[in-house]
Design a protein around this ligand. Structure first.
Ligand SMILES: CCCCCCCCCCCCC[C@H](O)CC(=O)SCCNC(=O)CCNC(=O)[C@H](O)C(C)(C)COP(=O)(O)OP(=O)(O)OC[C@H]1O[C@@H](n2cnc3c(N)ncnc32)[C@H](O)[C@@H]1OP(=O)(O)O
Length: 719
């Protein structure tokens, strides 16, 4: 777990050896303690260098250990002892120095960083704080404002920025370990007291209270209801106002309030869920580590609407040649100008040159004959998409992969019109596609494992969090959205307002409430889907009871809103009113209030006071209930996949973990009981009827999320 060597006759080289990131597990801490003791006691040793194997200094504490009882030498006394030692210790930082890894570097008397290294204290993103002295040493080293920013955001910085801030002493393009050894030899005769960061006085700005107050406001606004950044601010205040010995106690008290919190558990779950999601697996046995993706050098995008443009940008900025196709000259020209503008802005922001030479714009599908992969992003209309796929089948070389960006249509029906159903897969991007991190890779029953592996790997290359899902209407994300949206509109009928429902969801932590989100996405999209599925429009049988369709409760209010030409932000009116078409400042609209009142009086509905608790329970438990059905149906392989989709695609708060983790945190028994309660009150809403899997899990004693898979194994999979 740590290798000890004597180099250059007098330098003890301690190499952390815990792949893949040299996390500070109990065994590593133990090995460091032993090695340091040896080095400090060996008269041959005049200096020490600490580095990490495989070009990675250290990724911090072993997060997996947080779930169990704490064992092994505690980090704080171990680090304090390194700093207090009488021989100079130099950190040789290659790769990463994060969290506890950065804190380890801070107790070394000198820090040498490789020019590609990244440093940071990302604990806040895991719902905790840097509790191995990080909140006390960093402010002493670089001052309160810079330390506050790094600790409350968890941002990683480059070696160059670390040098500017005074965190590292030297940045090198050579082997950092070798440079550190030479550095250590030169440091032998120098006094160490000024190099012990905990002994420094924190440079304190005169307006400390105002600064802390401003950062607190900022954090509260940005991360509503999230505890860790606020605790970080308090810990940094201690660094400014207390000696190290007291500050470190305060840091530890604050850590204790966070360590076992639901938020910390949720955020740490998210860290691992995100990594689990990439490890797709099919019932056939094909999976991420035994299926080789194809290399994609060239791609084509069909359709230069909002989605198509975002996809072109996502591909071009990772070096893939893209041919963009439109059906009309005017649309092509508009799309081209937009794409170029987007790429130029993106390149400027990243300080690179825009890869415009990779782009080609055309009106002819014939130009696609040699590309490796096509992504169709035309209008959401099955007949149109089928025509495109038939055409692609004729035009593209037999090995070209054909992908669809449909947000819910049958991928297998599209595969069926091609000459290569095994090379067809869904790549469901989220709007705006060059910004949103989520990609649902929709596996049809005939998609080959190589096709899926290629789509997943292309997603990763574009910087997306890719999740493999099965083929059913709406896939995972949009299928779950239906019961969630239904509950929101039923609550409107019963007496709530859009702003009340949105506030409850935003207070819960959603980036946007359901009505604000719908206004942003465009209300006409759902209206068209409802018309196509016979739920609304002139073809609906007038004998139908108005609030019942297809044998279940139906709320026609969204249709009434659309009938008034209110399609959301783009028309300046939707569930809210906006200053202008395209405006983003949502204000409650008295016309919607009137519409709701008239509607309720027309149907004799007595509005009632609805609590935030009811809003959250009905919306979120209906959402999760559909998630359980999705697991039963084998549309998602694991609850983690569903959660990742909701975290990255639908603004579910990370500190809630995602709908499935949230249910387990609330308690499956409680979720079951509340769903039963609401279903009894609304028997005509099948989405509120608890799913068999939920009942089964409760009957099995509500196992943790990571174990649910064991209870789903025998069920049929669509993946
Ligand atoms: C009342 C009770 C009171 C209790 C008080 C308790 C006090 C406890 C004392 C605590 C002392 C605090 C110490 C410290 O302040 C806390 C920390 O250090 S928390 C950890 C901070 N570090 C991070 O957040 C870094 C996380 N990792 C990353 O960001 C990335 O992994 C990376 C390092 C940038 C590398 O990225 P990639 O190359 O892309 O690789 P992956 O991300 O895919 O990771 C590969 C593999 O490694 C696993 N892994 C990564 N980091 C860790 C880690 N820190 N611990 C455990 N495992 C880690 C990752 O999951 C992958 O594994 P796989 O999924 O492939 O199995």
């Amino acid at each position: 777990m740590a290798r000890y060597e004597l180099v250059k006759r007098s330098v003890a080289l301690i190499t952390l050896t815990n792949p893949p990131v040299n996390a500070l597990s109990s065994a590593v801490r133990h090995a460091i303690a032993k090695s340091m003791e040896h080095a400090l006691n060996d008269p041959k040793v005049s200096a020490v260098v600490i580095c990490g194997e495989n070009g990675r200094f250290c990724g911090g504490a072993d997060i997996r250990e947080f779930a169990g009882p704490l064992r092994g030498p505690p980090l704080v006394p171990l680090l304090d002892a390194i700093e207090a030692g009488e021989k100079p210790v130099v950190a040789a930082i290659e790769g990463v120095a994060l969290g506890g890894g950065f804190e380890l570097a801070l107790v070394c008397h000198y820090r040498i960083a490789h020019f590609k290294a990244r440093l940071g204290l990302p604990e806040v993103t895991l719902g905790i704080l840097p509790a191995a002295g990080g909140t006390q040493r960093l402010p002493r080293l670089i001052g309160i404002p810079a330390a506050l920013e790094l600790i409350t955001t968890g941002r990683h910085i480059s070696a160059q920025e670390a040098l500017k801030l005074g965190i590292v002493d030297q940045v090198t393009e050579q082997n950092a370990c070798e440079v550190a050894v030479e550095f250590a030899l030169r440091a032998v005769a120098k006094p160490l007291s000024s190099r012990r960061v905990s002994m420094l006085t924190t440079p304190c700005p005169p307006d400390l209270d105002a600064l802390l107050e401003a950062v607190t406001m900022q954090v509260k606004k940005k991360a509503r209801g999230v505890m860790a950044p606020l605790a970080c601010i308090q810990a940094v205040r201690a660094a400014a106002t207390m000696p190290y010995s007291k500050g470190i106690k305060r840091e530890s008290e604050l850590m204790a309030t966070l360590f076992n919190s639901g938020q910390a558990r949720a955020l740490q779950y998210c860290f691992f869920a995100q990594r689990t999601a990439g490890k797709w697996t099919l019932p056939s046995g094909a999976q991420w580590n035994n299926s080789k993706p194809r290399e994609i050098r060239s791609a084509a995008i069909i359709g230069l609407g909002t989605m198509g443009r975002g996809i072109v940008v996502s591909l071009a900025r990772v070096g893939i040649s893209v041919i963009a196709v439109e059906s009309e000259k005017k649309l092509l020209e508009t799309g081209k100008q937009m794409v170029i503008g987007m790429l130029e802005r993106d390149a400027k922001r990243r300080g690179v040159s825009a890869s415009l030479n990779l782009l080609k714009f055309t009106l002819s599908l014939q130009d696609l004959k040699d590309v490796d992969l096509v992504i169709e992003a035309v209008f959401e209309d099955m007949a149109l998409k089928k025509r495109v796929f038939q055409e692609l089948s004729k035009v593209c070389r037999p090995a070209t992969l054909l992908c669809t960006n449909t947000s819910g249509l049958d991928v297998d029906a599209l595969a069926g019109v091609t000459d290569r159903p095994h090379l067809v897969v869904g790549m469901h991007f989220f709007s705006p596609a060059h910004v949103m991190k989520l990609l649902e890779v929709v596996c049809g029953p005939r998609s080959s494992s190589e096709t899926i592996a290629t789509a997943m790997s292309l997603g990763k290359r574009m910087g997306k969090v890719s999740v493999a899902v099965g083929n059913c209407p709406g896939f995972v994300g949009n299928r779950m959205l239906k019961p969630y949206l239904d509950q929101a509109t039923f609550l409107l009928e019963e007496g709530a307002t859009p702003e009340q429902i949105d506030k409850a969801l935003e207070d819960f932590g959603f980036a946007m409430g359901v009505f604000r989100m719908s206004d942003l996405a465009g209300l006409d999209v759902g209206w068209r889907v409802r018309k196509e599925s016979g739920l609304t429009g002139p073809d609906v049988d007038p004998k139908n009871p108005p609030r019942r369709r297809q044998g279940r409760r139906y709320c026609p209010i969204p249709d009434m809103v659309c009938e008034q030409g209110r399609f959301g932000q783009k028309t300046g009116r939707g569930w809210y009113m906006y200053d202008k078409p395209g405006g983003t400042n949502a204000k409650p609209d008295p016309l919607i209030q009137n519409l709701l009142e008239m509607y309720r009086s027309r149907y004799g509905i007595q509005p009632r006071n609805i609590s935030d608790q009811e809003i959250i329970e009905r919306c979120l438990f209906a959402l999760a209930n559909e998630g359980f059905r999705i697991l039963e149906d084998g549309i998602a392989a694991r609850p983690e996949d569903i959660d990742v989709i909701y975290l990255f695609g639908y603004g579910f708060p990370r500190h809630g973990g995602g709908p499935m983790f949230y249910s387990s945190m609330v308690g499956l028994e409680r979720v079951l009981e509340r769903l039963e309660h609401y279903h009894q009150a609304h028997p005509d809403v099948p989405h509120l009827e608890p799913s068999p899997l939920l009942k089964k899990l409760v009957a099995c004693g509500s196992p943790p999320v990571q174990k649910w898979r064991e209870h789903i194994k025998t069920m049929h999979s669509h993946l």
